[in-house]
Design a protein around this ligand. Structure first.
Ligand code: ADP
Ligand code: ZN
Length: 809
């Protein structure tokens, strides 16, 4: 008897063993999903490997096989296993997060020819059984049960199925309802049979049609119908006389690039400059020895990094290897895909991100797994793609924190990509204008190779950056939204026919509603944050849980009408800009104005110069390349500095440098104006000078003194609970347990910080605490985290580990 080890999509580290029944032996393969009995019902499991023995007596049988093709190979499994272990996340959950979604609720029953199908004697069968057999005979790939129901009443059908299954004339299979099986994906072909009986005479019409089909041997039915007169009865007769047979075949699929939004402009590769050429050569040298290596491509914004990626990818493709391109966000991955497609017009490129429809994702995944795809471009989840011969992984904007998934399975796309490179013996290129401190540190210590593009292409100059102190701009004690320098720079820019970006990382109109009498700030009932006023809808909204309520002018606590509103979000900024520049066309891009595809529309309008001034949150800061933008205004540089996090300075530096980089991408020099109340803060000074190296030197010293990453590792435990009082008691218990655990000698060097309240104490109605664990040895950190989770005996607290956390809010 054969067994398989499987993983289920449930929160447990256990795997589950099932028996492979004989009739499924040929079909069951590692990497396929199967339907299994589980508890009182059924569940979908993923086959990991064959086993000779289950080690127990109550092992159950697999019910059916859900995938026709395995969805991943051995190497991919090793990768998923590493992810599960490193990120302390159940393997089944990792795998089901990685795989294109199956639609578990939509499993359909198929009826297929059985092993004894050829030996059927019709005289022994009931009328319904004959009907069913005929139906299957016409559909060699099987029929759906509901197709049978159209011809045979349901009760008689189940009876017929049961009888015919016993005789092995037919078999049944449950398959998920993916596109693969949708009729739209298949078309019917007509084929000449190998052995037709020449004694069975044909009529003239049948003969003519048969000669036509014979000349082609096989032809799609729709094509045949177009080319020659043929009615269903003639075809049916030919089929019954055994001259032809039908087959359902998958339609030739469209290239995946056909699904890219907007027009696809073909473009020529510009001749690379000396630094670009050198970088390409080093990358090529690295992957041609087929060994794992990591390289940092440090190139300022507009230095031509993307051209380097593409040139290197070209060589990989020519030598038969596969390339994976990762971008931190969906829209950047789409843009990157377009550029890659423009350079490889003849290569079918798969584009993977979470907004691709499940059906298309599944199709692309299969094509990748079958080795039909050489290039995959996508957002972080594309790192799971089962590329066969991976030689080069590009992680663009590697510093970007969107690579970290902060829910369900908390993994980091860049770090996962590095591990994937290690397992595949591929070269990993991390590209950025503002590398993460950690990556640059590794490049300094020679763990990563260092490639540098220090100049903008064609010697375009970097923008001139000015810091404006908003204290000095105070008008009647109030800080205005726009400083006079920014307003005059904007006028000049508009007068010259250029475009402007204004960045403010806060949406809404006013960010605080506050009672000047009792000092109550109106905040969210579910989250410990203040509500933001949105003028268009006259609503106060929570930016975390989306709670909203009507904006009121009376304090809910003291009942006085002394509500003061202050703070500025993008909605107010837009209104201010409109007031100053009534004739300019103004666009806004933030989560209130952008929904799905409309983001591309705004960007397209910007590209076509249909927008003069674009106001937006961090959505506008990244990657985009618009040659007519010559002014970027950073309306408040202070917001990101006030977050209690050891990465606040790094994040601010990156943000300011990246958004500044949007200015002056074309032939005209750009300007950047940074508004702040902390004009002397070192991060702003370094950002103004666009001096990464000097920023790095000061920041890394701090990290070293405080033993923060990259000089240590952190595993954080997020704790949440719905009942405050119970939770506080449980936290006290947990503290005592931690006291016991930390006495273990291997944990001596680990710093356990907390448990303490999270900076946002309550979110989505859940009370929150955190315990960051800081140390140098990651396995010890893993074990300690595990021990603390196990020591949490109360079920009151939910503890989830977060390995290499990015956010501490
Ligand atoms: P980055 O990715 O570093 O921001 P890009 O690769 O997007 O830079 O290059 C910025 C712009 O300069 C693009 O429009 C690109 O086509 C162009 N470019 C890149 N390399 C060259 C080159 N060697 N000569 C001329 N133009 C170039
Ligand atoms: Zn809320």
């Amino acid at each position: 008897m054969m067994f398989v080890e499987t993983a289920l999509n449930i929160p447990t580290d256990k795997t589950f063993t099932y028996i492979v029944p004989d009739h499924l032996l040929a079909e069951v393969k590692p990497g396929k999903r199967v339907l299994v009995p589980f508890g009182k019902g059924t569940a979908i499991a993923c086959v990991l490997k064959f086993l000779a023995d289950s080690g127990r007596h109550d092992t159950k049988q697999i019910l059916s096989v859900l995938d026709q093709h395995p969805l991943f190979g051995e190497n991919d499994l090793l990768f998923y296993q590493w992810l599960a272990k490193y990120y302390m996340h159940p393997l089944g959950k990792v795998i089901f997060e990685a795989l294109p979604k199956e639609k578990a609720s939509k499993i359909k029953r198929w009826i297929l020819p059985g092993s004894a199908f050829g030996q059927i004697n019709h005289t022994d069968l009931s009328r319904e059984e004959v009907l069913l057999i005929n139906l299957i005979a016409e559909n060699a790939n099987g029929i759906l049960q509901h197709q049978g129901q159209k011809v045979i009443p349901i009760k008689a059908l189940s009876e017929a199925i049961k009888n015919l299954q016993k005789k092995k004339f037919i078999r049944c299979e449950n398959r998920p309802d993916t596109d693969d099986h949708l009729s739209g994906q298949y078309e019917r072909w007509v084929k000449v049979t190998n052995l037709h009986d020449p004694n069975k005479k044909l009529t003239t019409k049948q003969h003519i049609l048969f000669q036509e089909i014979l000349a082609k041997r096989e032809i799609p039915l729709p094509v045949l119908k177009q080319e020659i007169y043929c009615t269903p009865p003639i075809l049916k007769a030919l089929h019954e006389k055994g001259y032809i047979e039908f087959e359902e075949r998958r339609k030739q699929r469209q290239p995946f690039t056909a699904f890219l939004p907007g027009e696809n402009k073909l473009s020529e590769c510009p001749p690379l400059n000396r630094e670009q050429t050198e970088a390409v050569q080093k990358i090529v040298k690295a992957f041609s020895v087929s060994q794992f290596s990591v390289m940092l491509l440090h190139g300022i914004t507009g230095s031509g990094k993307t051209e380097v990626y593409i040139a290197a990818a070209k060589q990989v493709i020519e030598s038969g290897g596969d390339v994976l391109f990762l971008a931190p966000e969906i829209s950047l991955s789409v843009q990157l895909a377009k550029r890659v497609h423009a350079r490889f017009p003849d290569i079918d490129i798969a584009i993977l991100h979470s907004e691709i429809s499940p059906a298309l994702r599944y199709q692309q995944w299969l094509a990748i797994q079958k080795g039909e795809i050489k290039i995959v471009v996508g957002a972080r989840s594309a790192v799971f793609a089962p590329l066969k011969n991976l030689k080069l992984i590009i992680v663009d904007e590697e510093h970007d924190e969107s690579y970290k998934q902060d829910e369900r399975f908390r993994y980091h796309g860049r770090d996962a990509a590095i591990m994937k490179g290690k397992l595949s013996g591929a070269t990993v290129v991390l590209g950025s204008a503002t590398p993460s401190l950690q990556t640059f540190f590794h490049a300094q210590s020679d763990r990563y190779a260092y490639l540098s593009l220090p100049c903008r292409v064609e010697n375009r100059s970097l923008p001139e950056v000015t810091i404006v102190s908003m204290e000095k701009e105070k008008n009647n004690g109030a800080i205005p939204v726009l400083s006079s320098s920014l307003i005059s720079a904007m006028s000049a820019s508009l007068a010259g026919g250029y475009q402007i970006l204004l960045f403010l990382n806060q949406r809404g109109f006013h960010t605080f509603f506050y009672c000047s009498d009792c000092r109550h700030t109106i905040s969210c009932p579910n989250c410990a944050v203040s509500l933001t006023y949105h003028r268009k809808t006259e609503m106060l909204r929570c930016h975390y849980c989306d709670h909203y309520e009507k904006a009121h002018s009376i304090c809910p606590i003291c009942g006085k009408e002394r509500i003061i509103r202050y703070g500025t979000g993008t909605e107010r900024l837009e209104a201010e800009v409109r007031r100053h520049f009534p004739n300019a066309i103004i666009g806004r891009m933030d989560r209130d104005t952008v929904t799905g595809k409309n983001r591309e529309k705004i960007l397209l309008a910007l590209e076509k110069r249909e927008i003069d001034i674009l106001v937006g949150t961090q959505m506008i800061t990244k990657g985009h390349d618009f040659p007519y933008i010559n002014l970027v205004g950073i309306v408040s540089a202070d917001l990101s500095l006030n977050i209690p996090d050891f990465r606040a300075a790094e994040r601010t530096f990156q943000l300011l440098t990246q958004v500044s980089g949007r200015s002056g991408r074309g032939d005209i020099p750009g300007r950047v104006i940074i508004q702040t109340v902390n004009p002397n803060y070192y991060v702003l000074q370094k950002a103004r000078d666009q001096d990464y190296h000097s920023f790095y030197q000061s920041e890394i010293k701090l990290r070293k003194t405080l033993i923060y990453p990259p000089f240590s590792r952190i595993v954080s435990l997020h704790i949440s609970a719905s009942h405050k009082n119970k939770a506080e008691k449980a936290i006290e218990m947990l503290k005592q347990n931690i006291g016991m655990i930390r006495r273990k000698s291997i944990y001596k060097t680990i710093e356990i910080i907390g448990p303490s309240h999270s900076p946002i104490e309550k979110l989505y109605g859940q009370y929150r605490w955190q315990i960051p664990l800081k140390g140098k040895n990651i396995p010890h950190l893993h074990n300690l985290a595990q021990d603390i989770i196990l020591a949490n005996k109360s079920k009151t607290l939910r503890i989830t580990p977060d390995v290499d956390p990015i956010r501490f809010i």
